[in-house]
Design a protein around this ligand. Structure first.
Ligand SMILES: [Zn+2]
Ligand SMILES: [Zn+2]
Length: 334
């Protein structure tokens, strides 16, 4: 990872040129930083970063819905618009999707050219720095609102106090759930305390007795819904331990490979649901949840880091010493 000099992009007719204001660091950016196998397809060098807010400084001739000055966020997972899934309104699982900051240059740069159809207007009530976390919030919004059965009074366990976990937790609470967040050893330093600051009960699976916790939080019945946001192979098997019979497990983290017994899931009629990426409506929900304060952006965002010393942010992230770093991208222009 390095800072290099690049030409300011020129927007094509259907694109707007966006001056980037704030950009977040996401688990998948950290995956690129460590160059995990999923990212071998990248054509390097690539500018990373896909969670950001900016404002439009130039529009291509064919752009009709946006003007110079508009505050925007991008939907970075872009469907092709042509395949079967795109045609039936499931562009999040498009067969040919491309991702900003992976398949083409992303937002850790002063300016980015974006197709008009991938842009989303930021409402007046949402601050520009807070808007940089709309994208990860939309992932949680899809998982909870579209893909879970969380409703008032349900007991919910969120496995993993990373950015997606803590956003999912806040949205599940907004939907009426009684939410507990669990983490592992290194989460005790920053992420579990942040979960507590956001108002959640927490479990440290390295030090707490899980049977006692289940007893305390669920009267030994188990959780109605468990969200696995860990991205770790143990996430699913421990979700099976914690969910109640007849309950639901929602998988968001990309866990890789695991081996487990399936019969207990069948016999307990566990509903296994996956949730991937997000679409227009999820972005709308995310913006409203930040606007209403149900998602507490102020508490959540960590603004201690600089893109001029990005390694520090990435190392801290990988070590669990931060949760959602958001960079002030204007530093790259000065
Ligand atoms: Zn992300
Ligand atoms: Zn498609």
């Amino acid at each position: 990872m390095d800072i290099i000099s690049r030409k300011r992009p020129k927007p094509s007719p259907h694109e707007a040129l966006v001056e980037v204001d704030y950009a977040g660091l996401c688990g998948s950016d950290a995956g690129i930083y460590e160059f995990e196998s999923a990212f071998e397809r990248m054509n390097l060098p690539t500018v990373i970063g896909h969670e950001y807010s900016g404002h439009i400084v130039e529009t291509g001739d064919a752009v009709t819905k946006f003007d110079v000055g508009d505050r925007v966020v991008e939907r970075p997972i872009r469907g092709c618009g042509d395949c079967y899934q795109c045609e039936i309104g499931e562009s999040n699982v498009c067969q040919n999707s491309v991702i900003t900051g992976v398949d083409h240059d992303g937002a850790y740069e002063p300016f980015i050219a974006v197709p008009e159809k991938a842009l989303h207007q930021v409402p007046d009530g949402v601050e520009q720095q807070h808007a940089a976390m709309v994208e990860p919030t939309s992932i949680g919004a899809r998982a909870v609102i579209q893909n879970s059965r969380v409703s008032a009074g349900d007991r919910i366990l969120i496995e993993g106090p990373g950015p997606i976990g803590l956003l999912t937790a806040q949205i599940a609470r907004a939907q009426g759930g009684d939410v507990v967040v669990s983490g592992v050893g290194q989460d005790a330093d920053y992420r579990l305390p942040l979960a507590e600051e956001l108002g959640f009960e927490t479990i440290n699976i390295a030090t707490d007795d899980l049977n006692l916790c289940r007893e305390e939080f669920t009267d030994n019945i188990g959780y109605d819904v468990v969200f696995d946001t860990t991205g770790h192979p143990s996430g699913l098997s421990s979700a099976v331990e914690e969910v109640r019979k007849g309950g639901q497990i929602v998988l968001i983290g990309q866990t890789g490979e695991t081996t487990m017994e399936y019969s207990p899931l069948v016999r307990a009629e566990i509903d296994l649901q996956c949730s991937y990426a997000s679409m227009y409506g999820d972005f709308e929900n995310a913006l409203r949840l930040i606007d209403s304060g149900d998602v507490d952006a102020e508490t959540f965002i960590d603004d201690r880091f600089s893109l001029l010393n990005a390694d520090e942010a990435f190392e801290s992230f990988v070590g669990g010493q931060t949760c959602k770093p958001v960079f002030d991208v204007s530093e790259l222009r000065s």
